[in-house]
Write a protein that binds this ligand. Sequence first.
Ligand SMILES: [Zn+2]
Length: 175
Amino acid sequence: MPLLAPTDNVVISRRDRAQPTEPEIVMENRWCSACGCEFSPRPQAPRQAYCTKPECRRERRRLWQMAKRRSDPDYLANQTQAQKAWAARNINYWKQYRTDHPSYAANNRSRQRSRNNKRKQPSVAKMDLSQASDLLETGHYELRRIGVSPVANMDPWIVKITVLSRAAGPSTIAL
Ligand SMILES: [Zn+2]
């Protein structure tokens, strides 16, 4: 049996006939609130104020978060919590890293030791000169940093030391 009897009133419409097109929305160009460059906003975001550069997107997000933190105490609390959790994870990360890389930790320790040693050496300006006040005369001296490796040794500085006073107690000198 045929699907359509000749008497049936059938209207076959053409599907591929051109559909009426939506009016094209032409967005006016505007200037990015972050970088100031001209851009055309997407039709879906007519209020778009930032261009699509990554740094401008970041700026937009940063400002959004700042406003959100001010206006939404729950959001602020969440963020604070997340940051604490991140810091805790990070500490654990470095602890684990030092455990997994013993040489890294050893190098760090020796660098810290040498920094500490350097700190222990008295600087010239802090030296108590009461003992030396009779020996130290105004004049030119070679100033050489001690306690550094020979490779890093530089030519000594020529400095002029002027004895300002020889009163009892530490002498005062000017370099
Ligand atoms: Zn921009």
